[in-house]
Ligand binder design. Sequence first.
Ligand code: NDP
Length: 510
Amino acid sequence: MAEIATAAAALTRQGVPTFGLFIGGEWVESTGGQTFESRNPADRRDLIGRFQAGTAADAARAIRAAETAFPVWRAMPAPKRGEILYAFGQLMAQHKERLAQAMTREMGKVIAEARGDVQEGIDIAFLMAGEGRRMFGDTVPSELPDKWAMSIRQPIGVAGIITPWNFPIAIPCWKMMPALVAGNTVVFKPASDTPHCATLLVELMAEAGFPPGTVNLVTGSGAEVGDAIVESPDVAVISFTGSSATGKHIAERAGRRLKRLSLELGGKNGVVVLADADLDLATDGILWSAFGTTGQRCTACSRVIVDRTVVDRLLGRLETRARALRLGSGADPSVDVGPLINAGAVDKVAGYIDIGRSEGELIVGGERATAGDLAHGHFFAPTIFSGVRPMDRIGQEEIFGPVLSVIPVDGYDAAVIALNQTRYGLSSSIFTSDANAAFRAMRDFETGIVYINAGTTGAETHLPFGGWKETGNGHREAGHAALDTYLEWKSIYVDFSGKLHRAQIATPPD
Ligand code: NDP
């Protein structure tokens, strides 16, 4: 039987560690006895470890552990729960570099961005630790004499947390920190592309003092483990980030059980560049948003909607700078663009290049990058198409790779129409030196996040994060709004009149 490693402590089989599930405070093997591998997308020869291919029975075990832990955890005063989150934030800060290196190795983003990803986790841990001392309800006057009226918020129960690979520390923290400070317990199913990051995170949570059963980790496939979590009648709330297709699938099944569900799905984020924009600044913002994390951010910019009078000047700048971007392993600090997550992602991007060639003009990129060591990883050249029309497929569909479409339009009104003509609504931005146009954009853009004179990425943890339309279902992560997903309202009336008062019905005189 394989030995279970928590960190890289116990090495098995040619020095490759095998990691466990974390259930009820113990690192355990899956009941199914199967494992799967996690490899470095920049170099597939680099095997990070083997992970438990969890089963529905493992998910059920984890849910039971979370149910058992719930009454004790919810009874702990919220400020005390917050202190454990704070200790966890401090531990993450202490281990920031180790977590960032592990992230770059497992999912490929360049090391500076991996550090930022960990920092988002630290920020939300500290923010939510503070919420343990707030988590306010309302105290309001009653319409009746000698009556007290107030509302409080209470935890819901077991929270199922299902996350993607693109922010493998930040997104789990953005979900688990509010869930836990609110008094819920957690069953966490990470993406199968990033089980190592999830394991390191949960190790630190255990070290920070979350009691056994409060946080449970079940690695394994979405179809097996994710499905079991969504279908379980004992999981009261689900928080999911990932593709729109999976999100809809989960929503149908959670809907049948009337479960609380928070969805954070796809995006097709646009940058508008008006004729009066600072084009150098716009170029900086567009490149960072389009090719950072190799275009694999939910807030990545994949459309530039530009006033026709400046399109050539902007395109010239974008092309020169895109050609100079350096591809390679994100562990090398001089690298600008890391690999895509897996072979399927490379195929998907390549498929959109074929579509793009028939819809616009290929300016730069458009091919797999396989020179030298790149041949061992999933690399794709940063790609720009020009002359794209708003309703073209590459202008409408989420590619989730380093592909940018430039869409020329005539003036602000046409830009707003093009920007909003999409089924998604996560992030948007405008570059302009006209304050009036900036304020119109703040009003007109149909997205949950709007940037003025900046790219489409760069959310801060104390503001609500989430999208309109098919990007989500109205919930928000981050900020105090994140707590809404994990709390139930309770309205309380205290009558100290000594009489029977009936609301909305006149009380007879004495
Ligand atoms: P998925 O939606 O397939 O995966 C996200 C998470 O859901 C993973 O943990 C996955 O597990 C799990 N999952 C998969 N199927 C089920 C299921 N039936 N029930 C419950 N959970 C399930 O996204 P991908 O990672 O495959 O990425 C594909 C696309 O998703 C991207 O091209 C992009 O369009 C979008 N995406 C959007 C993100 C965003 O932040 N908005 C983030 C990541 C992706 P497993 O890994 O085991 O399959």
